[in-house]
Unconditional design. Structure first.
Length: 510
């Protein structure tokens, strides 16, 4: 085994050893079962320390390329072509009778999933994208959280070997109980309880699994946000779209459906509804609660937007108005803080907290104790509130830039509402325009947005689109929105641009 080592090169010596042995295996020059020099022998022949060779051999063993057999020596592993990635497809020989059976038919299990992700297109790096509905990492205080995490890692054993309380890290649970109480939700013993989950989708999944039985239907807002639609589709849960107007969910429409016994639960976002940015009026909240109590139907309240308000007065959470235990409240730190931080929580009536906790434990024990402690430490040191205040000021600047540019350049035939928080503006185009055709022309001009089929429960196109301002600086917002307004003006003035075959979502990648 001839290896060439450059002791003066930029590549570490142990990496040179590992790489060259891996290359010899990949080229078929070292085959399965071949004995190679021991650590001591290779170190002596190359004039290196045994520690250097040992590190290289440990990495090769971790990659299943070599193995050391006590008393026998070091050998190339069986099937090294798999370990090096050259051949991942070979299987062991099977009994002839088994191989005669046809492959499994998975098609009956499929569900419609073409809208499960916003396709970026080929020119994504060249575009101004108004598609992301989550916080801007440029605003995040990474140095602060690195400092908190570093201090925690002085004593790491407790974070990686201890299993936290089923509710979650208790100091964080207690903090959330106080937060909910300050929002007007009764948190005394026997009233409501907190359960922390590994992200908001897990919170939704936990609640849906608990309250929805096979064949039942839930009421959702129309339009709605894609993650909810995707989750319901993946779980094969049918849903009833309820229109949203300037006051939120149309509770008169919902009342008719409830009177017919059509729905087993209601899912709604009262504050900064995604995608419209609308906040449900006090009257609608009260009517919704009356309907729930009258028909004995639970409400799942998505309250992720509460920390995203940057002007106006806070509205009371539905849960704070709930005197009969009909509302299950859910929120997370993902929307206002870190999308990749899987910490959400459910505020549930005490009557169902024990069985809901049992359901959580049965399905998922994957909560990160370390992340719970990290989040709690970040909060109690004041970093979280400071970050929220700073972010709110910046998101208001970005919203103002988008609104000012829309008001200046958008054709008068279009309509939109100015949100008091959140990340999105819902833009209505004049009929008979449709969002997919506009998106086709907009992408050619270098601007991306979310078309209607992503957020409409029936996945059909219409004359509306969603613009998000959270991930772009003020100058990009002004430039991108002006370009989009020019595209819309061209479509308004030239109706033939809306002609032609109906756009399919996959066509946007071509």
């Amino acid at each position: 085994m001839n290896l060439t080592i450059d002791k003066q090169g930029s590549e570490p010596v142990y990496e040179q050893i590992r790489r060259q042995i891996e290359e010899l295996v990949g080229e078929g020059l070292l085959t399965a079962g071949t004995r190679i020099p021991s650590v001591r022998q290779l170190a002596a022949s190359l004039g290196l320390s045994k520690n250097t060779v040992s590190v290289a051999y440990e990495e090769l063993a971790a990659r299943h390329i070599i193995e050391t057999k006590p008393g026998s020596g070091t050998f190339i592993c069986a099937r090294p072509e798999v370990a090096t990635g050259v051949n991942l497809g070979r299987r062991n020989e099977m009994n002839g009778e088994l191989s005669d059976f046809p492959p499994m038919r998975w098609e009956p299990y499929f569900f419609r999933s073409e809208f499960f992700g916003m396709l970026p297109g080929k020119r994504v790096s060249e575009m101004i994208r108004f598609t992301h509905n989550y916080p801007d990492p440029e605003l995040f205080p990474f140095e602060r959280i690195k400092q908190v995490a570093t201090n925690m890692l002085w004593n790491p054993q407790s974070f990686f070997f201890d299993i936290s309380h089923p509710q979650g890290y208790q100091p964080l649970v207690e903090h959330l109980e106080k937060e909910m109480a300050l929002a007007g939700i009764p948190m005394a013993e026997g009233q409501n309880d907190i359960i922390i989950t590994g992200g908001f989708q897990r919170a939704l999944s936990l609640i849906l699994d608990f309250i929805v039985r096979p064949g039942q239907k839930v009421a959702i807002e129309s339009p709605s946000y894609s993650n909810l639609l995707n989750l319901l589709i993946a779980k094969h849960i049918d849903y009833l779209p309820v229109p949203v107007d300037s006051e939120g969910m149309d509770t008169e429409f919902l009342a008719t459906a409830m009177a017919r016994g059509e729905v087993c639960a209601v899912i709604c976002t009262p504050d900064f509804h995604n995608p419209t940015g609308i906040c449900m009026s006090r009257e609608r909240r009260e009517h919704l609660l009356r309907l729930a109590m009258q028909h004995r139907v639970p409400i799942l309240e998505d309250d992720q937007g509460r920390k995203l308000r940057f002007e106006g007065e806070d509205n009371p959470p539905l849960k704070s108005m709930d005197y009969g235990g009909y509302v299950i409240h859910a929120s997370s730190y993902g929307m206002c803080f870190l999308p990749g931080l899987p910490i959400a929580w459910v505020t549930t009536p005490a009557a169902i907290s024990a069985p809901l906790l049992d359901a959580k434990l049965a399905a998922d024990r994957g909560d990160s104790y370390f992340l719970h402690v990290l989040m709690h430490n970040f909060i109690v040191k004041g970093h979280f509130d400071r970050h929220i205040r700073k972010s709110q000021r910046e998101y208001k600047r970005r919203r103002d830039a988008m609104v000012e540019t829309l008001s200046k350049y958008l054709p008068s035939e279009c309509r939109y509402r100015v949100p008091q928080g959140g990340f999105t503006i819902w833009l209505e185009l004049p009929q008979p325009m449709n969002s997919m055709k506009v998106l086709e022309h907009s992408r050619r001009a270098g601007v991306d947005f979310v078309p209607a089929p992503i957020v409409m429960p029936d996945r059909k196109d219409c004359n509306c689109l969603r613009l998000s301002y959270s991930r772009n600086g003020v100058e990009d917002i002004r430039s991108g929105i002006r370009t989009l307004c020019d595209v819309i003006r061209s479509c308004v003035d030239n109706p033939d641009l809306m002609e032609g075959p109906e756009m399919k979502y996959e066509d946007l990648l071509k």
